[in-house]
Design a protein around this ligand. Structure first.
Ligand code: UD1
Length: 339
């Protein structure tokens, strides 16, 4: 079962699962996705996965899916609200959507004896790290938003459930996912004005936004702009397949495991902008403005544990991801102007 399987990371994971021979059952409430994503998945894989337009807050619906699919081998849980700003304005939406849904899912999973669980966590749990790169055993810092808090609470719920009920859990802490499928059949579909860097860049490059604002060039970094670990969404998707296989083969060492999923390399905002212009040949209009509230200076992953234990390593570069994101942006805008 892939919850949120029509979203950005979910849809790419569905493709990787299908290409590895799995038959994913998608559950997605379409709150931040579109049923047309199924067409893209079908064009890439040649098959159309099963899909339920269900909201996981509805416990009866969750039970129904487990009843209908007694052969489920595991759950990859992406479905969640993900906007930091929105979570500050409407925290209860986030606590209900990101926490109650997880609890419903776990209740039914255990009742139906489905015990393999992969969870979408985030590097946001590290806050502003004391040292870099960050390893999985570094302390989880107090969350600075309800969104970040839900990721921390969800990890705790899963850790306790793994201990109490024999659930086998892998939490993947994503760094900054970017890019799109190289086929340009699926990609990110931000609603409204994008908050994240790369969709804002591609929308500016295509002429939908006037200019990119670089939020601060007075950070204590080599070029003054903030540093993140940008990971290609296809590499990230692959990590889920590898994690599922670890659980299927019983190779996990503990009932609750955590892995950083990043490239292990930090890039500054300026480097991302320069690389985008280099790989696409587009002259991107940008301006330096003040820092964005809540942003940290720098974070990137130590990926040693993922490499040694999962046997997973990012293969694609930031340049690959920017090229794929650009191809996707061009494709969706052309489609919209020539329906
Ligand atoms: C954000 C979320 C994080 C979430 C992640 C998902 C915040 C504070 N954090 O991380 O919880 O898990 O997205 O991808 O929202 N930037 C600009 N101009 C822009 C947009 C961004 O300069 O128009 C800069 C930011 O200041 C930051 C970098 O680009 O330094 C990356 O920003 P973004 O893509 O929003 O990701 P994060 O803030 O790292």
């Amino acid at each position: 079962m892939v919850t949120g399987g029509l979203g950005f990371i979910g849809s790419h994971t569905v493709v990787e699962l299908m290409e590895a021979g799995y038959e994913p059952v998608i559950v997605d409430d379409l709150s931040n996705s579109s049923p047309q994503v199924l067409d893209g998945i079908e064009r890439i894989t040649g098959r159309r996965p099963l899909f339920y337009d269900y909201d996981l807050r509805d416990k009866a619906k969750v039970k129904e899916i487990f009843d209908r699919h007694p052969d489920l081998q595991g759950i990859i849980h992406f479905a969640a609200s993900k906007y930091v700003g929105e979570s500050v304005e409407n925290p209860l939406l986030y606590y209900e959507n990101n926490i109650c849904s997880l609890v419903h899912l776990l209740h039914e999973a255990l009742a139906h004896d489905v015990r393999r669980f992969i969870f979408s966590s985030s590097c946001t749990v590290y806050g502003e790290p004391d040292s870099l790169p960050v390893t999985e055993d570094m302390p989880v810092k107090p969350a600075t938003s309800p969104y970040g808090n839900t990721k921390q609470i969800d990890e705790e719920i899963l850790r306790d459930s793994a201990k109490a009920y024999g659930l086998q859990v892998i939490a993947l802490r994503y760094f900054n996912p970017i890019g799109a499928h190289p086929s340009a059949e699926i990609g990110e579909l931000p609603v409204g004005v994008p908050q994240n860097l790369v969709p804002f860049i591609t929308q500016t490059a295509i002429g939908l936004r006037d200019e990119l604002r670089i939020f601060g060039d007075d950070y204590p970094t080599p070029d003054g702009t903030a540093i993140r670990d940008y990971i290609h969404v296809v590499d990230l998707a692959r990590a889920h397949v590898v994690a599922l296989e670890r659980l299927m083969e019983g190779r996990n060492k503990e009932a609750f495991e955590v892995f950083n999923i990043g490239t292990g390399r930090g890039s500054s905002v300026r480097e991302v902008v320069d690389t985008f212009m280099k790989v696409t040949g587009v002259d991107l209009p940008y301006r330096i403005t003040g820092r964005r509230e809540g942003d940290i200076t720098a974070v990137w992953a130590d990926t040693t544990k993922a490499e040694n234990e999962l046997g997973w390593k990012a293969r694609l570069t930031m340049a690959d991801a920017l090229r794929d994101a650009w191809r996707w942006e061009q494709k969706i805008r052309n489609k919209k102007s020539n329906p």
